[in-house]
Design a binder for this molecule. Structure first.
Ligand SMILES: C[S@@+](CC[C@H](N)C(=O)[O-])C[C@H]1O[C@@H](n2cnc3c(N)ncnc32)[C@H](O)[C@@H]1O
Length: 266
């Protein structure tokens, strides 16, 4: 398994909850588990997306698979309001997934980028799905990120951040590969679409909100990157200042595309 760039400190666990809330309006319009009875969430983290899934689909049974014990513990806390629902927390490596019964829906969001062998997780998802099962995947395509003005500290930090993830064995552009990875795992009827944001001063509040979110995302990798000697604390601060500047600059722009995929088992 590739080393996890974000780590598992409490601030990062909080960030995942915040991230799910900020990005939900961009992610969920394309996702539909309304015909599903039992959904599997792979890489469920602290239950941030699970919370949304349980709220959107009040009838589903949900199985959450997560490799890190600390995340499972936090997810149990974060989902305690759903105590009456059928939720199963499985502390497993999804590339070796073993379920007691098949699921008819699979949800994966911001997970495959962290894996050195994302195909193995999709293959396990395929094996554990019923014949009528559907998978929805949402993943990063970090090379799509654009900003204006081209401030140098953000530019440098972003390049170092993505290279660091590659060095750890992950793939910050894994979204581009989703169609081929799903095909390799045996899935059919594969559909792809881009989602994301193109924000400027025509939507100043959204621009500021996403600039703040992006600062948190970038900082979530900073301790590990500093420890590796690739960036200094001062440079992290400058990267944050660049994002603040973009949010208030009369010509400020933030642009990003993630990739979503939908596929069927048969
Ligand atoms: C960026 S977090 C996203 C969590 C959640 N999907 C969300 O959007 O809030 C990625 C999660 O995948 C988990 N993960 C990474 N590799 C895994 C694996 N092989 N099996 C199961 N979980 C894994 C990490 O521990 C982490 O909690």
């Amino acid at each position: 398994m590739a080393k996890y760039i974000h780590g598992y400190i409490p601030e990062e666990q909080e960030r995942l909850l915040d991230q799910a809330g900020v990005l939900a309006p961009l992610i969920y319009p394309w996702i539909d588990f309304s015909d599903c009875k039992h959904v599997l969430e792979i890489g469920s983290g602290v239950g941030a997306q699970s919370h949304i899934l349980l709220s959107l689909y009040p009838e589903i049974e949900l199985s959450c698979v997560e490799i890190e014990k600390k995340q499972v513990k936090k997810a149990r806390e974060n989902l305690r309001q759903f105590i009456d629902r059928k939720i199963h927390f499985l502390n497993q490596d999804a590339s070796k997934l073993e379920l007691k019964k098949e699921v008819d829906g699979v949800f994966i969001c911001w997970v495959l980028e962290h894996l050195d062998d994302p195909a193995s997780v999709l293959t396990k998802a395929f094996e554990n799905m019923s014949i009528d099962g559907t998978v929805f995947v949402t993943e990063v395509f970090n090379s799509s990120f654009q900003f204006y003005p081209k401030l140098p500290s953000l530019q440098k930090y972003y390049q170092v951040y993505n290279q660091f993830q590659r060095d750890l064995g992950g793939d910050p552009d894994v979204g581009l590969r989703l169609g081929n990875l799903l095909k390799e795992a045996g899935f059919l009827d594969i559909e792809l679409q881009g989602g994301g944001f193109h924000l400027d001063q025509t939507q100043p509040e959204e621009l500021r909100k996403i600039a703040t979110y992006w600062k948190g995302l970038m900082k979530s990798g900073s301790e590990a990157i500093i420890e590796a000697g690739l960036i200094s604390r001062g440079e992290v601060l400058q990267m944050e200042q660049d994002l603040d500047q973009i949010a208030s600059h009369p010509e400020g722009v933030l642009y990003y595309q993630f990739i979503q995929a939908k596929a069927k088992k048969q």
